[in-house]
Design a protein around this ligand. Structure first.
Ligand code: OGA
Ligand code: MN
Length: 223
């Protein structure tokens, strides 16, 4: 008998169809969905432990734009990122959860989501990400963004809110506190958004579902 590790736990029991149903209906009605305490707590905790134990050298300073025109822009974003793969049980549990959401949304909304990629992000105190789109119409096959947060006891005064704008003229936006287990899903081409300066270390996962555009030739291939 070995120690219990995450691969022994069947997370699928924790995926409430009602959560995915709510996300789907929100996407239809408003193009985005914000769900508090959406991820199974055990998984959120494991992801939190993993991201906080990543070493400095595993993170790289985030860049803007495609790999071939990779540039670092201190004025636009300051976070550091680390891509997530299935080589650990914890990473795999997240990929399983996002795969379940993918197949649910494909069945319900015929979105044709084909692949998924995601990374951890660490914003040190003072870090931000200015207003941007995750995808531009016709230029990318990123269609749906998923962000989740891994921060215990996050307060308004801690800053670091993600602000989701309905369109480019929307000055107010919707503020999302980066609290443990909150999941934000939105259409990548529709919503400009930003991350306000964080006052303390802020951990998140940002991910994107892509369409399969291999037939039309890849303009913006996955990393
Ligand atoms: C991104 C992003 C939002 C967040 O990485 O593209 O917008 O709240 N992240 O971390
Ligand atoms: Mn973004």
């Amino acid at each position: 008998m070995g120690a219990i590790d995450l691969s022994d736990i069947d997370f699928s029991h924790d995926y409430p169809q009602s959560l995915f149903a709510k996300i789907a209906s929100d996407l239809v009605e408003q193009g985005y969905s914000i769900q508090l305490q959406a991820l199974p707590m055990q998984m959120t905790q494991a992801l939190y432990e993993q991201v906080t134990q990543l070493h400095e050298q595993e993170f790289s300073r985030a860049g803007i734009g495609r790999k071939d025109e990779f540039q670092q822009n201190q004025f636009i974003r300051r976070d550091e990122i680390c891509w997530i793969d299935g080589s650990t049980a914890t990473g795999q549990s997240w990929l399983d959860w996002t795969a379940q959401l993918q197949s649910y949304l494909n069945q319900r909304l015929f979105l044709g989501l084909f692949s998924f990629e995601s990374h951890y992000a660490h914003y040190a105190p003072g870090d931000f990400y200015k207003c941007h789109f995750d995808a531009f119409r016709g230029q990318s096959n990123r269609v749906l963004t998923v962000v989740t947060y891994l921060n215990h006891n996050w307060q308004k005064d801690d800053g670091g809110q993600m602000v989701l704008y309905r369109h480019q003229g929307d000055v107010e936006g919707t503020q999302i506190l980066p609290a443990m287990g909150t999941v934000a899903v939105f259409l990548s081409e529709e919503f400009p958004h930003e991350v306000l300066p964080a006052m303390r270390d802020r951990y998140s996962i940002a991910g994107w579902y892509r369409l399969n555009n291999s037939l039309s030739g890849r303009i913006d291939p996955p990393r």
